[in-house]
Design a protein around this ligand. Structure first.
Ligand SMILES: Nc1nc2c(c(=O)[nH]1)N(C=O)[C@@H](CNc1ccc(C(=O)N[C@@H](CCC(=O)O)C(=O)O)cc1)CN2
Ligand SMILES: Nc1ncnc2c1ncn2[C@@H]1O[C@H](COP(=O)(O)OP(=O)(O)OP(=O)(O)O)[C@@H](O)[C@H]1O
Length: 198
């Protein structure tokens, strides 16, 4: 049987190809933002999340990498609303991710600060999740090491799983899902919150 090879000009539909394309888009977009524009977009993100923050008891977010939208304004808002806040912590780069309360005061993997490993582990009921891309069914592409898939497995019954990104990171096209992928309940971006049928 002759299997037609994909055109080198066709946009990617596989996970690795989509990850590479959207990582490049994210890098270019973040580099194009004036610092004050970026702060304003991150404030819009926090406003879009307000109803979810209000309803939550324990909110987990993440320390942003260079090109990611920061959820830290939203996390500060959660704290002001009296919620427990948490961040990921790793004993090693390939260790299981845990969510811990406390200031991000210690160096962790990937150059990101994290709470001390002896601070309290918490079980969030709202998780703000970094992503490279997602689709309207909540399928998510991350950085490709499965850290979030593994950590979210046990939380999806009891927590709202909300992907966070710049607006263009929610794609029109379907993202392929592997059996271990944990689908998102919603996506939040500066333009607002989109709930998925999950
Ligand atoms: N802010 C944030 N934290 C997160 C994630 C994330 O996507 N965002 N992750 C989501 O799962 C995990 C980290 N996953 C990562 C996977 C790959 C690379 C990576 O390839 N980084 C460099 C290579 C250099 C390096 O390893 O330091 C690169 O971009 O080429 C980074 C983080 C856990 N913490
Ligand atoms: N629950 C799990 N148990 C064991 N291995 C897992 C689990 N979830 C994911 N993995 C492994 O993690 C690897 C990366 O998965 P994938 O490409 O879907 O990552 P990702 O969702 O993009 O990354 P991340 O979740 O870190 O943002 C896969 O090789 C997969 O085998």
């Amino acid at each position: 049987m002759v299997v037609p090879s994909p055109s080198p000009f066709a946009p990617p539909t596989d996970k690795a190809g989509l990850r590479a394309r959207l990582r490049a888009e994210r890098r270019a977009y973040a580099a194009s933002l004036a610092p004050e524009t970026r702060v304003a977009l991150e404030a819009d993100l926090a406003a879009a999340l307000e109803p979810l923050l209000f309803a939550a008891r324990v909110v987990a977010a993440y320390q942003p990498m260079k090109d990611e939208i920061s959820p830290l304004a939203a996390l500060a808002r959660a704290s002001a609303l009296g919620k427990v806040t948490a961040l990921p912590a790793f004993a090693a780069r390939d260790a299981r991710m845990t969510f811990r309360s406390g200031e991000a005061s210690q160096p962790g993997p990937w150059g990101l600060l994290q709470p001390p490993l002896d601070s309290a582990p918490v079980t969030p009921d709202l998780v703000l999740i970094p992503l490279v891309a997602c689709d309207p069914d909540g399928n998510r592409i991350g950085m490709g090491q499965g850290h979030y898939d593994r950590a979210l497995e046990g939380l999806r019954g009891s927590a709202r799983l909300v992907g966070i990104g710049w607006d263009f990171q929610l794609l029109d096209q379907a993202v392929p899902a592997d059996p271990w992928d944990q689908p998102l309940h919603a996506f939040a971006a500066p333009s607002g919150l989109k709930e998925f049928a999950r």
